[in-house]
Each structure stands twice: as structure tokens, then as C-alpha cells.
Design a protein around this ligand. Structure first.
Ligand code: PLP
Length: 485
């Protein structure tokens, strides 16, 4: 790495990206050109024998790659959940990737490990978690790449805690619980850690509880399992479910899990960012009863991919499930496991990026007040969208909005035309996305096909949300929804 070449070749990349962000709203949000296998036909079969200049490479990115991307950073991207990019997130990522240190053990990069401890504590306080998740309170946090990874680690910790008491053979009796709205990662994670597939319980939710779990429903399923000799292990509570943004009542669920010696994980992957605003703090009430909590700054917290905060009340449970001490790493832990953190023991992989730098730069650059204002802006946009959809009698908001996600659909015109209304909403979503002007995705709740409008793009402003509504109305007419007049 030659420092002069490094500077000279980085500048055109920054210029390229700044041009991309200037023009990103001009691209079809989801590429109309993309076809399976097409990129392969545009590129050589083998890498070049001799390196290409950076401007030639950038030209290929411009010509071949950009036109076939889905533009997640477009202000008109309302699909899935947002994946924020920001100037500070990028600056932090540049510093992290530029320094390219690997903080798997304290001695492998002391400042990176220490900074990670500081940043996860800052986030813990901002999100309003109880002190037991702070290092000073006996808990602690780590930055993973994804919630999926965090979930597998907490499941492994819960499993080992139970098996150390019951013996290894008991693994076939352990049961993991989630709701029909929980993210699929819990089922996958349970499979990975060896829970028999028949011991994964999906507890139904309903419109009556806003698609959140109730303590009674969990209690009933858990008691039935206990009565048949099974061992309740782990419950996932979600703040802001992926489909409709539902919130599970953490306190009530925590009381159930405490009674049965279960592990309670709170998944706030998306809505965790909103918890920094006092008006959303009620959602996390009861967090002192949880064993672990996770949220993704890479979703709605202006932090470029990837970054997931995981906090645990008892780090020793996590590290006893995940630690390994091969000889070739012994020399890097001379501080002793008790005095320093070796983050390799808090995650699956050994090598890991310097994510703390990225999140630290975001927090420093925007500050807590800046982040609260950012979140509130999106919530206001979503409120406007919810109000406007509700005021149009052709449409309905399917479940009350909690954060910045609005799940809506064209209403049935008559009792019993369930299939017809689903088909019409499918057609509506296809027409909306085919326009290239926005990208939205769908969900099915209570057997209803609903369109999800997930507001939260870093470049999204009110006018983009208003334009999206105009487009929805235009396409509703095209697919044959009755006019309001
Ligand atoms: N949990 C919830 C509630 C989510 O919405 C998502 C992703 O959208 C995940 C977990 C998975 O997150 P990740 O992609 O970081 O694994």
C-alpha cells in the first residue's frame, strides 16, 4: 500500500459516490434491466492478468453494475426496512476499513476493543436499557454484523446454561418460543444450535393484541410443554416486528420467562433506534427481566452496513458458550481473560472489523439530539402517510402504526371477497414497483396481503412520501379499485 497511490485512487471513488448520491433519486429504485445471469455475460470469464487502472474499473461499475442495482439509498426506497448510509457512517467506515485492524482479542487491538466497550455502553444508555446491560452493571455489549448472528450466540448461551444443569442428553427436551410475527432467524438459530425442529414453538398472535404476544398465550404453551416433560429454554420478544412493526410486552413476557427459568431475548433490530426518543421508551419497559437485547444501527441509525449491538446481562454465559483458546492465540491475551475483553469469545467468527469506529463517528457527529430529530422526522412522515391512507375510503391501515412502518391495503368492497381483494393488492404492489418510482414490499398478516411502506431512508423527505402516495392512488385506479368520487 503506497500512501500516495492510496490518496490518489481514493479520491475518484469518493467523487464517484458523491455523484451517485446526487443522482440516486433518478434511477428506477428497482432495476428494470436486471436479469438473472446478465452481469456474467458482460464481464470476462477470468480476472485480468495485469491490474486495471481505477478509472477503468469505476467506468465498469458505472456501466455494468449501477444500472442493475436495487438502490437501497434512494429516497424512494420504502421496502423491507431501511439500511441507512450517512456521511458520518461512511467516514467511520473509511476509518475502520482504512486502519483495518482486527480486534478479536484485547491485545490484538487494544484501542479498538476499548472503544467498542465505550460505544456499546453509550448506545445502552441512549436506548434506555437498564444498568445491568452496562459493563459497570455486570453486563456488557458487543458489535456483531447482524441480528441473526447475535441470536445464534444468545441461543448457544441459553442452551449451555440449561445443559450444564440438566446434562447434555437434555438437548432433545429444550424448547424455543417465538411468535408468528418473530423474525425467521429465531427458527434458523434454534436449528443451528441443535434444538429439534419439533421443539420450536410458533405462538399465534392476533389483531386484538396488535399482533404482539400476550403473557397468557406464552404461559399456556410453556405449561403444556412442561407438563409433557419438555424444558422451556428461550423466548424471543420483538419490539417492532418485521411484518407490521408489532411490539411484544416485554415486562409481562419477562415475568413468564423468569417463572420458568427461561432466557428472554429482546429483538429490537429495526425499532431499537426509535427507543432513543422518550416517547417510545414504554416499549422497552421490563427490559430488566431480559437476558439479552439486540438492535441494528445499520437499519435506522445512520450507520452503514454492518452493525448490530448485542447486550447481555451476563457476559460469562455468552463467553462460556463461545470461547476458544487455541495455542496460536494465547500470546495475544496476556492481560488475562478476567481483566480484558477478548471479543472473539462474544461472537462466532474470530476475525472481525473495527465496527466501533463507525458507530462512534456517527454518535459523535450527529449527537443524541441529532439522532432523535432524525428518527422523529421519519415518524412524522409515516404518521402523515397513515392519516392520509386512513382518510381514503378505498384503503385501510391494517394495524396501527407504531414507528415509521405503515401496513396498508385496498379494502374489500364486499364481505367475503377475500381472494379478490388479495389479488387486487398483489396487482397494486406489482404496478407500484414496476413504475420504478418507488420500491415497497409486502407481508401477509391474518391471511391478508398487505403493502408495507417502511419510511426511514437517510435521504427521504416528506415530498418523497407524498409522491409515493400519489403513485399508490394512480396505480390503484389502474388495477381497478373503485374511485372515491
Ligand atoms: N429481527 C427483525 C425484527 C428484523 O426486522 C430483521 C431484519 O429486518 C432481523 C431480525 C434480521 O436482522 P439482520 O439482517 O441484521 O440479521
Amino acid at each position: 500500500l503506497d500512501p500516495k497511490t492510496f490518496a490518489a485512487e481514493s479520491r475518484p471513488v469518493i467523487d464517484f459516490l458523491s455523484g451517485y448520491y446526487r443522482d440516486v433519486d433518478k434511477y428506477a429504485v428497482r432495476s428494470a434491466a436486471a436479469e438473472p445471469g446478465r452481469i456474467r455475460t458482460l464481464l470476462p470469464d477470468t480476472p485480468p492478468e495485469h491490474g486495471d487502472p481505477v478509472d477503468v474499473i469505476l467506468e465498469d461499475v458505472r456501466r455494468h453494475i449501477v444500472p442493475e442495482l436495487t438502490h437501497w439509498q434512494s429516497p424512494n426506497f420504502f421496502a423491507y426496512f431501511p439500511m441507512n448510509a450517512s456521511t458520518a457512517g461512511f467516514a467511520g467506515e473509511m476509518l475502520s476499513t482504512g486502519l483495518n485492524v482486527v480486534p478479536f482479542a484485547w491485545a490484538a487491538s487494544p484501542a479498538a476493543t476499548e472503544l467498542e466497550g465505550v460505544v456499546v455502553d453509550w448506545m445502552c444508555k441512549l436506548v434506555g436499557l437498564p444498568d445491568r446491560f452496562l459493563f459497570s452493571g455486570g453486563g456488557g455489549g458487543v458489535l456483531h454484523g447482524s441480528t441473526c448472528e447475535a441470536v445464534v450466540c444468545t441461543l448457544a448461551a441459553a442452551r449451555d446454561r440449561a445443559l450444564s444443569r440438566l446434562g447434555h442428553e437434555a438437548i432433545l427436551r429444550l424448547v424455543v418460543y417465538a411468535s408468528d410475527q418473530s423474525h425467521s432467524t429465531f427458527q434458523k438459530g434454534a436449528r443451528i444450535i441443535g434444538i429439534p425442529p419439533s421443539n420450536f414453538r410458533v405462538i399465534p398472535t392476533s389483531a386484538a393484541s396488535g399482533y404482539g404476544l400476550t403473557a397468557d398465550s406464552v404461559q399456556g404453551v410453556v405449561e403444556a410443554d412442561v407438563a409433557s416433560g419438555l424444558v422451556p429454554l428461550y423466548l424471543c420478544a420483538t419490539i417492532g416486528t418485521t411484518g407490521v412493526g408489532a411490539v411484544d410486552p416485554v415486562r409481562q413476557l419477562g415475568e413468564v420467562t423468569r417463572r420458568h427459568g427461561m432466557w428472554l431475548h429482546v429483538d429490537a433490530a429495526y425499532a431499537g433506534s426509535a427507543l432513543i426518543c422518550p416517547e417510545f421508551q414504554d416499549c422497552i419497559d421490563g427490559a430488566e427481566l431480559a437476558d439479552s437485547v439486540s438492535m441494528n444501527p445499520h437499519k435506522w441509525f445512520l450507520t452503514n452496513m454492518d452493525c448490530c449491538c448485542l447486550w447481555v446481562a451476563s457476559p460469562a454465559l455468552l463467553t462460556s458458550a463461545l470461547s476458544s483458546n487455541p495455542e496460536y492465540l494465547n500470546n495475544v491475551s496476556e492481560g488475562g481473560a478476567d481483566q480484558v475483553i477478548d471479543y472473539k469469545d462474544w461472537q462466532i467468527a474470530l476475525s472481525r472489523p473495527f465496527r466501533a469506529m463507525k458507530l462512534w463517528v456517527v454518535l459523535r457527529r450527529y449527537g443524541a439530539a441529532g439522532m432523535r430529530a432524525y428518527i422523529r422526522r421519519h415518524v412524522e412522515m409515516a404518521k402523515w402517510f397513515e392519516r392520509t391512507v386512513s382518510a381514503d375510503e378505498r384503503f385501510e391501515v391494517v394495524t396501527p402504526r407504531r414507528f415509521s412502518l405503515v401496513a396498508f391495503r385496498l379494502r374489500p368492497r364486499h364481505e367475503g371477497d377475500h381472494h379478490a381483494v388479495d389479488a387486487m393488492n398483489r396487482k397494486l404492489l406489482v404496478a407500484i414497483n414496476a413504475s420504478g418510482r418507488v420500491f415497497m414490499t409486502h407481508f401477509v398478516v391474518d391471511n391478508k396481503f398487505v403493502v408495507r411502506m417502511a419510511v426511514g431512508g437517510a435521504m427521504t423527505q416528506m415530498r418523497h412520501v407524498q409522491d409515493a402516495w400519489e403513485l399508490v392512488k394512480e396505480k390503484a385506479k389502474e388495477v381497478g379499485a373503485l374511485p372515491t368520487e
